[in-house]
Design a protein around this ligand. Structure first.
Ligand SMILES: NC(=O)c1ccc[n+]([C@@H]2O[C@H](COP(=O)([O-])OP(=O)(O)OC[C@H]3O[C@@H](n4cnc5c(N)ncnc54)[C@H](OP(=O)(O)O)[C@@H]3O)[C@@H](O)[C@H]2O)c1
Length: 254
């Protein structure tokens, strides 16, 4: 095990992370791995999975595996869970990190197909993966499920308001699942990051000098007055993992 964080809080635990070959997901996977967990990463493209695996292994992680999983694809979700059980025998931590934002514009200009896509990936696919994983956690005596929501769940920023509605649904989903899973010793929590500089959020920070009013407002709205880097994003995630006091069954941390 790598001693990058000189911390073994997750030794013996198995974590799976969706959309984990770039940005926040990759940073979360790396952090969980350096905290001692065995980690299975996934995303849609095999080349990205292989590249991310190489990166994590180069960084000293040994208990790391990866598989292609488009979260919106039922077969992929099932294969992801089966693969993890074959490799590591159980799932202690599920990180529902996958989320998309295919459009930028006023909410009333969003097409029906974009609206459907937002909810299909951001809400439904994450819910269905959770539904698949819960019985395995229950069999194993418990677990931790962590969703990636967004500050936009609370602020409805112009330009990404429809995406924000899907992330508000994630907050409601966390509460609903936490109620349902508490008796199974499974805690369900979430993080609602501010703007983090990744490919997905490029529309918010690229070309700041000639940005639109909406883009400028989003950047200036950041609580710390700056846009975050992916490497800063994972710090809270281990907190919601098995080390968290059991009296915190459900919460969303912004
Ligand atoms: N960046 C921000 O400012 C910010 C703020 C708050 C919340 N978030 C949330 O953080 C999460 C990650 O965003 P990010 O900014 O880190 O994105 P990113 O850097 O653009 O990375 C996207 C990752 O998702 C994978 N991916 C895309 N669609 C997928 C799908 N349908 N199924 C599985 N994997 C998929 C990509 O790999 P492939 O191309 O190989 O699939 C890649 O690994 C999202 O839920 C987002 O809503 C982001």
């Amino acid at each position: 095990m790598s001693g990058k964080f000189k911390c073994n809080r997750l030794e013996g635990k198995v974590a799976i992370v969706t959309a984990a070959t770039a940005g926040i997901g990759l940073a979360i996977a790396e952090r969980l791995g350096h905290e001692g967990a065995a980690v299975v990463i996934s995303s849609r493209k095999e080349a990205n999975v292989n590249e991310a695996l190489e990166y994590l292994k180069r960084g000293g992680l040994q208990k790391v595996e990866g598989i292609v999983c488009h979260v919106g694809n039922a077969e992929h979700r099932e294969r992801f869970v089966k693969f993890t059980l074959e490799k590591f025998g159980k799932i202690d931590i599920l990180v529902n990190n996958a989320g998309i934002n295919p459009d930028f514009g006023d909410i009333l200009d969003i097409s029906e197909s974009v609206w459907d896509k937002l909810f299909e990936v951001n809400v439904k696919a994450n819910f269905l993966l959770t539904k698949l994983v819960v019985p395995h956690m229950e069999k194993n005596g418990g677990g931790n499920i962590i969703f990636n929501s967004s500050y936009s769940a609370y602020k409805s920023p112009p330009g990404i308001a429809a995406y924000g509605v899907s992330k508000t649904a994630i907050v409601a989903l966390i509460k609903a699942l936490a109620n349902s899973c508490a008796s199974k010793n499974i805690r369900v929590n979430g993080i609602a990051p501010g703007v983090i500089k990744t490919k997905m959020s490029e529309v918010l920070w690229a070309g700041a000098e000639d940005s639109t009013d909406a883009q400028a407002q989003i950047a200036s709205d950041a609580a710390m007055g700056r846009i975050g880097a992916p490497k800063n994003a994972p710090a809270p995630w281990p907190f919601w993992s098995p080390t968290t006091p059991a009296t915190l069954p459900e919460s969303v941390c912004s």
